[in-house]
Design a protein around this ligand. Structure first.
Ligand code: RUB
Length: 319
């Protein structure tokens, strides 16, 4: 049962944020593998693929989701018996969960080193890793202040300000459209990512591109905190990241909308910030300029590399 339940929670956003989604998916696949009572490795694989499909269909944008599924399902490779397949999946899932938690901690350390004593930071949406950097800087005794946006329509900013408040960090809560007004008071913008493409563009909560635009105009640096499993291997092949568009009633109540027949509500959940607006992407492997996204994909996301070889021949490094 855990798979349909997890899928439903991801769809409804009870489980949300790219990293948490990825870990929830790994847990669901692991527990599903544990509970399966099938006789043959083929039947086991079929059941696992069915579960993976259900999870993959929940939200289309966060690349951490297919990356996590792929890493866990790799546990099936070379398994000759059902027991081998089962233990392979369980081991891969546990490895993913542990390395994801470790990545979040590592990014907090690296990210905090880019925050100076006295900095005012602006963040948009609710990113576990972006907040990790801010909280770590505060823990190190740096005197910082934060501007956090409201994040219409789902108000993820409320989660952000609670977390910052609990950490004892001085925080200003602003509506999304006030970013331009306050950007001159800000030293650094830190956001998370749902996906990073091969050309260093970052897909994140709707409004991030506007924040980045304001930051660039005001000469304020923008740092993205993103684990390597948020990088999108298939963008090497020219694939686009699908931007989720959610129901209009998240923005406008149905009864109001019904009375406005000429009005259509558009509700994209994410937008794309081009690499020119990004100064640094902090990953658990270190901080890189966005132009180096290809290297992260090549070196740390093995999957799909065979397909790249088929498409392009040997990699740039001659492998
Ligand atoms: C969440 C969002 C977050 C990223 C990164 O969108 O855009 O900035 O997922 O989060 P939603 P994290 O609320 O629609 O899921 O750093 O926690 O992985």
């Amino acid at each position: 049962m855990i798979v349909p339940e997890t899928a439903e929670k991801i769809k409804s956003m009870e489980i949300r944020g790219a990293g948490r989604i990825a870990r929830a998916v790994a847990v669901a696949l692991r527990d599903h593998a544990r509970s399966l009572q099938v006789q043959t490795p083929d039947a086991f694989r079929q059941e696992m693929e069915h579960a993976a499909k259900l999870l993959l269909a929940t939200r289309p944008t966060a690349v951490s989701l297919p990356n996590a599924v792929h890493m866990v399902m790799a546990g099936l490779n070379h398994a000759k018996t059902t027991d081998e397949a089962k233990s392979g999946v369980i081991r891969r899932a546990d490895e993913f969960i542990t390395s994801s938690q470790h990545a979040v901690e590592q990014i907090a350390q690296f990210g905090a080193s880019h925050i100076r004593d006295g900095d005012t930071i602006l963040t948009h949406c609710n990113s576990e890793v972006a907040l990790g950097c801010i909280i770590e800087a505060h823990r190190q005794g740096k005197k910082i202040e934060v501007f956090a946006t409201e994040v219409r329509p789902r108000n993820q900013g409320l989660i952000t300000i609670r977390t910052l408040n609990d950490a004892g960090i001085k925080t200003n809560f602003i509506v999304d459209s006030a970013v331009r007004t306050f950007i001159n008071d800000v030293d650094l913008v830190i956001v998370g990512a749902d996906a990073v493409t091969v050309n260093g563009a970052v897909v994140n909560k709707i409004g991030t591109a506007q924040v980045a635009h304001s930051a660039r105009e005001a000469r304020v640096n923008l740092m993205v905190a993103a684990e390597t499993y948020k990088f999108a291997p298939r963008t090497i092949l020219g694939e686009f990241i699908r931007i989720e568009e959610r129901a209009g009633n998240e923005v406008l109540a149905d009864d109001i909308a019904r009375a406005l027949p000429y009005v259509t509500v558009r509700n994209p959940a994410f937008d794309v910030t081009p690499s020119e607006y990004i100064d640094l992407i902090v990953t658990e492997k270190g901080a890189i300029p966005p132009q180096m996204a290809y290297v992260i994909i090549r070196d740390y996301l093995g999957w799909g590399i065979d397909e790249f070889h088929l498409a392009f021949g040997p990699g740039l490094n001659g492998e």
